[in-house]
Structure formats: C-alpha cells, structure tokens
Design a protein around this ligand. Structure first.
Ligand code: SF4
Length: 177
C-alpha cells in the first residue's frame, strides 16, 4: 500500500478545503455547479470541507459574475484592485470577507490544503477574470490562502484527480500534519 493510499484510507487524514462547486453544490454565480467526478470519486477517502468564498462573503446565488479590476487577488487584498460585477457594483468587500472567512475555517479545522476551482476570481490560481499583467492572475481567496502557507491545488470539472502534483502535496501534509 503506498503512502497516498494509506493517507487516504486513514480517518485521521488532515482536512482539505474544497471549492463547493467542484463537489456538485450549486453555488456558482449562475446557480449551477462545476462537479468534478474524479474528485468526488475520492471523497470516501479524504476529509473534505466544502467552502464557497463568494457565498461566505455574503453574496447571493445566483449573482452577477465579477472581475478583478486593476490587478489580481494579491492586489485586492492590499486595497490596490477592486472586484466589480457585471452590473457595475463594487463587491470587493464581499470577496475579501469570503477570503478571510475561508482562512478562518482553515485555521479552525487545521486544513493545510485548498482544492480550488480553476478560472475563478475567488478560488482560481490562474484566473483570466482579472487585469493581472499577462492576463492570468490569482483569485482573491487563493492568493490569501497561499500567502498564509496553505497549499492550493487548482482543478476543473474535467480534471483528473489525484494527479502526481496533488499526490505530492497531499502526501506532504500527511507526513507533516
Ligand atoms: S469557484 Fe469558488 S466562489 Fe465560485 S462558486 Fe465555486 S466555490 Fe464558490
């Protein structure tokens, strides 16, 4: 039995934060989900904690989609960029609150890994929904979690799971909980 399987089979595995939409929760801006079947297929062997930073920040579902204007996630967290939705409303406060609430949950549960939905201005590592130089930037929540030492794995509905990269990260938190 390899280490990953041993870790996944253990009831003492460290908890892992996961974007709720990847688990099939209909929390996306359009009221839909982004179910990742490969990830859900591993749920019996990991301890998932579902989070939706935009809902946790107080935004409703469905809601207007938002872009990061003037930078990307790290810029939002220091007040140098804003989150503006399609209706032109400033939702920066809700995005920042959602990031902090997600971090608070990580601290409460001891989670050291976040599996985030790709292409999201909240949860993504390489979101196009921002004005980062080069066109791709980090989402607001993903950037705060990374800054605070939480490993972020980015996946989408069609992604395989686990991958060699995610296996390495998950093995490392099992070895150093
Ligand atoms: S990507 Fe993140 S913020 Fe957007 S719906 Fe999914 S969990 Fe919520």
């Amino acid at each position: 039995m390899n280490l990953l399987r041993a870790m996944l089979d253990s009831r003492t595995s460290p908890p892992v934060l996961i974007s709720a939409c990847l688990l099939g929760v209909r929390c996306r801006y359009d009221g839909n989900h982004s179910l990742c079947k490969a990830l859900v297929g591993s749920l019996s062997r990991i301890r998932p904690i579902a989070v939706c930073p935009e809902q946790m920040g107080g935004l409703p579902t469905p809601r207007e989609p938002a872009n990061i204007i003037g930078g990307h996630g790290p810029d939002v967290m220091v007040g140098k960029a804003k989150c503006i939705n399609r209706a032109g409303q400033d939702v920066t406060e809700q995005f920042v609150k959602g990031a902090h609430e997600t971090l608070r949950l990580a601290r409460l549960t001891g989670a050291k890994v976040f599996i985030g939905k790709e292409r999201s201005p909240s949860c993504g590592l390489k979101t196009p929904y921002c004005e980062a130089p080069g066109g791709l930037g980090t989402g607001v929540t993903a950037s705060l979690l990374e800054k605070e030492g939480i490993s972020v794995i980015e996946i989408g509905p069609q992604s395989p799971f686990p991958t060699p990269e995610s296996t390495e990260i998950l093995e490392s938190i099992h070895q150093h909980p």
